[in-house]
Design a protein around this ligand. Structure first.
Ligand SMILES: Cc1ncc(COP(=O)(O)O)c(C=O)c1O
Length: 454
């Protein structure tokens, strides 16, 4: 329906021609295009004509990024070959630079379920954080903040943060009220930054639910999580309404933290995705979402509790059906279904138009064949609201030692202790570990942590 007639895949075209020309590769990588895994021929580096990532130039990468920017309707879209993690570091840096320009402290108000990349970004940039909690039942994974709660929080803050940072969708598929949150932020002169690692595809739903369209100033999307892109491919998006400094400094921010050897395989994959999305992707996605809706309906009729807002993700809260999330994931694994994530409460499955449709029907049959048991009533612990003893940066830069979590009471956490996925810190570095935190660690299967040496 769209731009396909105008759009090209310049990075792919260049590499194809480079391979066909058969030049002797007197450059990196060391495999010289010989076949080991089978992908080496197309794995090149920044040779003449191949452009340089984050060079702010007019070469093939810049052209491809412009194509992506047109698809996402942004002021600027930059590629990452190091996931959303790199984009998050750049985002925190840009927020800190904005704070400096405005003569404000580099303070970010964040929902507590931030990915661990956000913590290391705070430490690297020497930015500060204030956390927002919520009464959500999703344990540590969810932290839905309403527009009203944000309004109250920002109104009560003497020192306004430079940015509000939220994760939407979260790992369970909950989507925040980005529109409402953006309105509140902008009324208070604060940036809204969104970790949209799980939501690149939201742009291509019949009605876009992408954060940039809902009012966010900046966001990251892990293209590799929901689009047909190789692992590591991601976007940093800057909206048309973001402060000029964001677009001006975006390349600088990315190259500050990025490897100088970007993967051209991932760049080609991001480049190819532009063409692919233009060629009937929206229709394929809409059809997939109908099928996932049918699957959810069938599971609910069977008695499963389906949670989350995302149309292409299935999250089942399993305890009401008598199982821990891990148990259902294990049962599925034994039948050849590998889930994205499970914890004691949930099992999460991700779908894209590329999945085998027969597989979705087989999954429904398998889930429905699981015998219902008596409800498990034990709930997930709330996210610890621990005492802050030192900054994230001080804690991460301190000498530390590893201890068993049961020996950690009263100690200060030195580095993010997470189960991966979802890689959400239970306690934040620099906070004191108390009994509740230890109970949380144990609940999520964490046995050891690093604490600051006294
Ligand atoms: C919410 C969230 N943010 C950020 C990341 C990091 O993304 P990436 O793996 O693309 O670096 C993840 C990874 O799982 C995530 O779940």
């Amino acid at each position: 329906m769209c731009e396909v007639v105008f759009m090209k895949a310049p990075i792919c075209d260049f590499v194809k021609k480079y391979c066909a020309d058969g030049a002797l590769r007197l450059h990196m990588p060391g495999h010289k295009g010989a076949c080991f895994l089978g992908v080496e021929q197309r794995d090149i580096t920044e040779v003449e004509g191949a452009d340089v990532l984050y060079s702010d130039g007019e070469g093939i990468i810049a052209e491809s990024e412009l194509n992506a920017g047109r698809l996402f309707g942004t002021k600027k879209t930059l590629y990452s070959t190091e996931g959303s993690s790199l984009c998050i570091r750049a985002t925190v840096y840009l927020c800190a630079m904005l704070a400096r320009e405005l003569g404000r402290e580099p303070l970010i108000l964040s929902a507590r379920n931030a990915h661990k990349a956000f913590l290391s970004a705070l430490a690297l940039v020497d930015a500060h954080v204030e956390w927002m909690f919520s009464s959500d039942e999703g344990g540590i994974v969810s932290c839905r903040v309403s527009a009203e709660a944000l309004e109250e929080k920002l109104s009560g803050m003497k020192e306004k943060p430079v940015a509000v940072y939220i994760t939407s969708p979260d790992y369970l598929g909950n989507e925040a009220d980005v529109r409402g949150l953006a309105e509140v932020c902008h009324r208070h002169g604060v940036i809204l930054a969104v970790d949209n690692a799980h939501g690149a595809y939201l742009k291509f739903l019949p009605e876009s639910r992408h954060p940039i369209d809902l009012g966010a100033d900046i966001c990251c999307d892990s293209a590799h999580k929901t689009l047909p892109v190789l692992t590591g491919g991601a976007y940093l998006h800057i909206s048309n309404r973001a402060p000029a400094l964001f677009a001006e400094m975006a390349e600088h921010a990315m190259q500050l933290f990025a490897s100088t050897s970007p993967s051209y395989l991932i760049l080609q994959s991001l480049d190819m995705a532009n063409l692919y999305i233009c060629d009937g992707y929206r229709e394929r996605l809409a059809a997939l979402c109908y099928e996932v809706a049918d699957l959810k309906k069938r599971l609910e009729e069977k008695g499963f509790s389906v949670v989350g807002d995302e149309l292409a993700k299935l999250t089942v809260a399993t305890k009401g059906y008598g199982y821990y999330g891990h148990e259902v994931a294990r049962l599925l694994w034994e039948k050849g279904f590998v889930c994205e994530f499970s914890d004691p409460d949930y099992v999460v499955m991700m779908f894209t138009p590329e999945i085998d449709r027969g597989g979705i029907r087989a999954l429904a049959d398998t889930l429905c064949s699981i015998e219902r048991r008596g409800e498990i009533t034990e709930g997930a612990p709330s996210a610890p609201c621990a005492e802050r003893v030192m900054s994230v940066r001080q804690a991460l830069m301190s000498s530390s030692r590893e201890v068993a979590v049961e020996d950690a009471c009263g100690e200060v956490l030195a580095s993010a202790t997470v189960s991966c996925p979802p890689a959400i810190p239970i306690v934040v570095c620099g906070e004191r570990i108390d009994e509740h935190a230890i109970a949380c660690f144990k609940y999520y299967g964490i046995e050891k942590c690093r604490v600051v040496k006294k």
